[in-house]
Design a protein around this ligand. Structure first.
Ligand code: S3P
Length: 435
């Protein structure tokens, strides 16, 4: 493990560009693999999670290669996935696992899924349940986790499924299974989650319908579909940009432009909440990239105030709470978050991991069953300390890196390796912005 101490930082300035969106990158590869013909992807995130998706799709017959700065995918067509010869190693990636399980579920193939220690603790019952109803069969490890073996069903049975948890991964798994299922598969979404699957499937020629009934979204696909190849431009990942937006907000003197940030309304909650806390964020050159709203964000240091975060905004910033907690630890007053049970089943239990890490760095934090209450420093640097434990969780590592920048003694993290799952050049960009 590579430990690292993130030291108090000079102001963050200049212009940086964060890598491609992780959710969109996974889906670009998967949908390209299901089309007949060649798709070209530019701006693909080359993080370990996305590379795990690529390797699994290759093992099931797709051709995926880098071509200069782009990636090309030659798909096998819906129904054409081949039986993988070896277990599919999902590494740390829940998105790869759950979405690919959806694909396998309606193909007549058997696949084994394995992952690292973090992924092997995460609940898979949430996808096993609906996919079993569609006809797939599963032999998971005790507790419904990886390693697991599954057998798809062809033809699978269409279902109407109301999501019991607000999860884009579960929604996507069921819709992806529906692509090769004769008849109409419908997911009912009481609380909106990221909609990249719906948007992007349309780009690949699939008629996805979305109906709003009694405040719930009914999202349907009628299979088996034909998918046409598509050229995709992946916008910058708002989840990665969030670390720099908070860093520039809390490090005095900062004035940083983060270019090409995806601002899909189902993803941009962190910037809205930072705005409510008093952050200075200007949206420059608002435009569309690859069917997604995008802007360059100019973020200047500002005095932040603690707030009560509306739990309804949580799905649109579900991965950004760790770094929001850092912003709260440096704000004036108290920040209260609730409704965040889902954070306990991410790459780590992010409520307990962040409570422990921030406390070790000298912040004042109370953990509740569904959130954290944080009493901010009022803009004073955190004392610092550590080493904090990252639990194989990239977002804990990067969040505590940001805390280190606004501390007196620096914050040591036990391992920076997990950062490569989603943001391989994080350290380099940090050095560049602080130079
Ligand atoms: C993702 C959905 C979210 C998010 C994850 C990516 C996706 O997970 O946390 O990082 O690409 O669909 P859940 O569906 O578990 O909320």
């Amino acid at each position: 493990m590579t430990a690292h101490r993130f030291q108090p930082s000079r102001p963050l300035t200049g212009r940086i560009r964060v890598p491609g969106d992780k959710s969109i990158s996974h889906r670009s590869l998967m949908f390209g693999a299901l089309a007949v013909g060649r798709s070209r992807i530019s701006g693909l995130l080359e993080g370990e999670d996305v590379l795990a998706t690529a390797a699994a799709l290759r093992a099931m017959g797709a051709r995926i290669e880098r071509d200069g700065d782009d990636w090309i995918v030659d798909g096998v067509g819906i129904g054409g996935l081949l039986q993988p010869e070896q277990a599919l190693d999902m590494g740390n990636s829940g998105t790869s696992t759950r979405l690919l399980m959806g694909l396998v579920a309606s193909h007549g193939i058997t696949a084994a899924f394995t992952g690292d220690a973090s992924l092997s603790k995460r609940p898979m019952g949430r996808v096993i349940d609906p996919l079993s109803t569609m006809g797939a069969s599963f032999t998971p490890s005790p507790g419904g986790t990886l390693p697991l073996m599954m057998e798809g069903m062809q033809p699978a049975v269409p279902i109407e499924y109301r999501l019991p948890v607000a999860s884009a991964q579960v929604k996507s798994a069921v819709l992806l299974a529906g692509l090769n299922t004769p008849g109409t598969t419908t997911v009912i979404e009481p609380v909106p989650t990221r909609d990249h699957t719906e948007r992007m499937l349309r780009g690949f020629g699939v008629a996805v319908t979305v109906e709003e009934i009694d405040g719930e979204k009914h999202i349907s696909v009628t299979g088996p579909v034909d998918m046409t190849p598509c050229d995709i431009v992946v916008p910058g990942d708002p989840s990665s940009a969030a670390f720099f937006a908070v860093a520039a907000s809390v490090v005095p003197g900062s004035d940083l432009v983060i270019e090409n940030v995806g601002l899909n309304p189902t993803r941009n909650g962190i910037f809205r909440v930072l705005g409510q806390m008093g952050a200075s964020i200007d949206y420059l050159d608002e435009r569309e990239v690859g069917g997604e709203p995008v802007a360059d964000l100019r973020v200047r240091h500002a005095a932040l105030k603690g707030i009560e975060v509306d739990p309804d905004i949580a799905p649109s910033m579900i991965d950004e709470f760790p770094v929001l907690f850092v912003a709260a630890a440096l704000a004036e007053g108290t920040t209260v978050t609730t409704g965040l049970e889902e954070l306990r089943v991410k790459e780590s239990d992010r409520l307990s991991a962040m409570a422990a890490a921030l406390t070790l760095a000298g912040a004042s934090v109370e953990e509740t069953p569904d959130g954290l209450t944080i009493h901010g420093s009022g803009g004073a640097l955190l004392p610092g300390g550590g080493p904090v434990t990252t639990h194989l969780d990239h977002r804990i590592a990067m969040s505590m890196a940001v805390a280190g920048l606004a501390s007196s003694a620096g914050v040591a993290v036990d391992s920076t390796e997990p950062i490569a799952t989603s943001f391989p050049n994080f350290m380099a960009l940090l050095a560049e912005a602080a130079a």
